[in-house]
Design a protein around this ligand. Structure first.
Ligand code: SF4
Ligand code: FES
Length: 237
């Protein structure tokens, strides 16, 4: 494997040629915000938060899927990049259930942290919201589509790391949802309850069953349809 030299925010660095610009930046101590990226697991360029400017390129680029190249000059923190990142995050949040105070991930949520970091204090794009599914049928995992940001991290970890592959994207466009095939409940899919999807989820779209009380709170929201509800399973002593 050869090395390549590039410059990131004025810092010259040499990295292996199989690095992405995001990896090179982190190796140089330059922090680029990211959301869908999960090293070695989910490198798909879905969220567009990690955009950078590269000299000679017409458009800004997603650094998590941009391979390094010899002599590249990259900027990661210009005013226009900060504005683009903020607008992208506002759009993601515009279709997100923002009941943060009663959310199990409050103060432990990557989306919330990023909103604070990028100074998002209002959402200028409030409009129609996706009709959401909350699947509470499984003994251990609640799947809450009202919080999902479609990053794909759970899909990749379930398929590529755990080799189970029960989670996938269903539907298209505004109706896109992450769910088991045919939008089955997690309880009716061959889930092994390893919990890796919960660990990889940056928000509370997949969470442990103990959070069930909060699901009941959401039932009054006309945008949220609780499609599967059962009482918690009774276990033999
Ligand atoms: Fe990402 Fe979580 Fe949605 Fe999966 S459930 S796509 S990890 S936000
Ligand atoms: Fe790069 Fe999501 S972190 S596109």
């Amino acid at each position: 494997m050869a090395n390549v030299s590039l410059t990131i925010d004025g810092i010259k660095i040499e990295v292996p040629d199989n690095y992405t610009v995001l990896e090179a930046a982190r190796a140089a101590g330059v922090e680029i915000p990211s959301l869908c990226y999960l090293k070695g697991i989910n490198e798909v360029g879905a969220c567009r938060i990690c955009m950078v400017e590269v000299e000679g390129y017409r458009n800004i680029q997603a650094s998590c899927v941009l391979p390094v190249a010899e002599g590249m000059t990259v900027k990661t923190n210009t005013k226009s990049l900060r504005e683009v990142r903020k607008s992208t995050l506002e759009l993601i949040l515009s279709n997100h259930n923002r009941e943060c105070l009663t959310c199990s991930r409050n103060r432990k949520c990557e989306l919330q942290s990023l909103a604070e970091e990028l100074n998002v204090d209002e959402i200028p794009y409030d409009g129609e919201k996706t009709i959401s599914t909350i699947d509470t049928k499984s003994d251990s995992i609640v799947r809450d589509n009202s919080k999902c940001i479609l990053c794909g991290r759970c899909v990749s970890v379930c398929k590529d790391a755990q080799k189970i592959g029960i989670l996938e994207f269903t539907n298209r466009g505004f109706k896109t949802e992450v769910a088991p095939a045919f939008k089955k409940s997690m309880a009716d899919a061959p889930c092994i309850y390893c919990g890796q999807c919960i660990v990889s989820c940056p928000v509370a779209a997949l969470r442990e069953k103990e959070d069930i009380e909060r699901v009941w709170d959401a039932i009054d929201d006309p945008n949220i349809h609780v499609v599967v509800q059962t009482a918690p399973a009774v276990r033999a002593a």
